[in-house]
Write a protein that binds this ligand. Sequence first.
Ligand code: HEM
Length: 131
Amino acid sequence: MKPDIKDRADIQQLVDTFYTKVRADDTIGYLFNDVAKVNWEVHLPRMYDFWENILFQTGGFKGNPMAAHVQLHQKSPLSADHFQHWLKLWLTTVDELFEGDKTELIKQRARSIATMMQVKVHPSNDPRSIM
Ligand code: HEM
């Protein structure tokens, strides 16, 4: 039996594992590496804050994810396939490492945020639920 996500250290492990895959990914890697040219020393701690706040209400995250992805989409279009692929990578990474109530919650939140983000980026194409 795998552990549930219990603290920031677990979130760090999850986020680091996820973005290691993202950076090497044929479908979405270029959006991070070549389009946004992400500074990982800044982005990874921001993502720890984001997910820690979602699971444990720590209040650490200051950002505007919807605006960030609309901006990215203006530089290079984000398709439904990109979102689906992001989500598939996230869900499989979570399942590889953890199981339990917080684990289910982090997957559910990712599904709903990815769906909302896709609607925000493509307002005419409301997918309701992408996975
Ligand atoms: C097609 C799918 C996606 C792509 C290609 C993508 C890519 C990116 C990129 C390039 C950034 C900017 C990094 C930087 O500041 O240098 C970013 C930021 C971020 N992403 Fe995504 N992302 C995707 C989906 C998602 C989803 C589904 C979530 C949440 C469930 C998410 C959460 C975030 C957050 C919280 C930030 C930080 C925003 C801020 O600092 O205000 N992303 N993303």
